[in-house]
Ligand binder design. Structure first.
Ligand SMILES: *Cc1c(COP(=O)(O)O)cnc(C)c1O
Length: 354
């Protein structure tokens, strides 16, 4: 740390992304990327003539893509904001609705970035414990006095709340923004987008990184009441109005046009998730009921850390977290059926050796 860094940031613990080792080719099941490429139309959209247009700034409002997203989700363009990956909008949401000593609430076990943003913006945040079975009791999120951040389905557990429970949280927090982070919603959960017209305090956040195979493009969006979206545009225009590059904008538009391709992929991943869950359960694992493109699993036979390290030696990367409540688990991204067969074979080998 240099002597020049603002004191405010000296104790800031930054987010730690999943590892990307370069020493060999791994089967990469540690960052919840899609195992399938973007649609052929999406790939074709990023062509030579678009690359030549890189001399020009992108449209700061991404109007073409905004309109397509608004139409797909049945909202107006004034209800949509595009961002550079959904982390970008989560940052703005903490800045806008929970900074400088204002209260925010999120689960004790959830997306690790929430506490990083909360600290970055000086939020007075409180974590709400998950139940013993790692479900969220929605009642604990009702009647609070600060902005609420909920990942639905939750990460890294994969467990989803029903829309009726989300609606109760919205109803009982009329003076607090409720951010519903739907990074994994396309793998079998009902979206809260349809509640946007009814609740002015709802902000739904989604991403192209998981279900639309575009983690490398950095594209996310949020849907909410016009005034909330306006607040976020204000912060965006105060930091970087050109936060989404031209190539990502055209790729995103082509991705919305090939929605059925992505819906099919999500169905394949859901099927592979059921296969993986069954195989792990046959090996004695406890697997939390996931609605995401990953499973969260633990075994009595082999510790979370040992399994993670042995798999890595064998060329398979999964995500291991060290916090106390979940240190015996690993989060395993759902890859192709072939990749999951290899994973299961390797786990069998490891378990036979212990
Ligand atoms: C992956 C993820 C995000 C961030 O995705 P981006 O790549 O920044 O769009 C946000 N929330 C959760 C819960 C995630 O798992």
């Amino acid at each position: 740390m240099s002597k020049f860094l603002d004191k405010r940031y000296s104790s800031l613990a930054a987010y730690v992304p999943g590892e990307q080792p370069q020493d060999k080719q791994y089967i990469k099941l540690n960052t919840n990327e899609s195992p399938y490429p973007p649609s052929p139309e999406t790939v074709a959209a990023v062509n030579k003539s678009e690359a030549e247009l890189l001399r020009l700034y992108p449209d700061p409002d991404g109007r073409v893509l905004t309109k397509k997203i608004a139409d797909l989700y049945g909202v107006g363009t004034e209800n949509v904001i595009l961002v550079n990956g959904s982390d970008d909008i989560l940052n703005f949401a903490f800045m806008a609705f929970g900074a400088n000593g204002r209260k925010t609430y999120f689960a004790d076990i959830t997306y690790g970035f929430y506490s990083v943003f909360a600290n970055l913006h000086g939020s007075d945040y409180k974590t709400i414990p998950l139940e013993d079975d790692f479900t969220i009791d929605y009642k604990r999120f009702c009647n609070l006095d600060g902005a609420v951040f909920i990942a639905n389905p939750n990460a890294p557990t994969g467990i989803a709340l029903g829309l009726d429970e989300i609606e109760e949280i919205l109803k009982t927090n009329p003076d607090n923004v409720v951010v519903v982070d739907e990074a994994y919603v396309d793998f079998g959960t009902e979206s809260a987008v349809k509640l946007v017209s009814k609740y002015e305090n709802l902000l739904v956040v989604q991403t192209f990184s998981k279900s639309r195979s575009m983690a490398g493009a950095r594209l996310g969006f949020a849907i909410g009441n016009k005034e909330l979206i306006g607040d976020l545009h204000k912060l965006r225009y105060s930091t970087n109005p050109y936060n989404i590059n031209r190539l990502t904008l055209v790729a995103g538009a082509a991705a919305i046009d090939s929605q059925s391709y992505y819906t099919e992929n999500c169905k394949r991943i859901e099927k592979t998730r059921e296969f993986t869950t069954n195989e792990l359960e046959k090996l004695g694992f406890r697997v939390l009921p996931s609605k995401a493109n990953f499973v969260f699993a633990e075994s009595d036979t082999v510790s979370g850390e040992e399994l993670y390290l042995k798999l890595k030696e064998m060329g398979v990367l999964v995500r291991h977290f060290t916090s106390d409540r979940i240190k015996n688990f690993n989060r395993i991204t759902i890859g192709t059926p072939e990749q999951m067969h290899i994973l299961i074979d390797k786990i069998k080998e490891i378990m036979e050796a212990v």
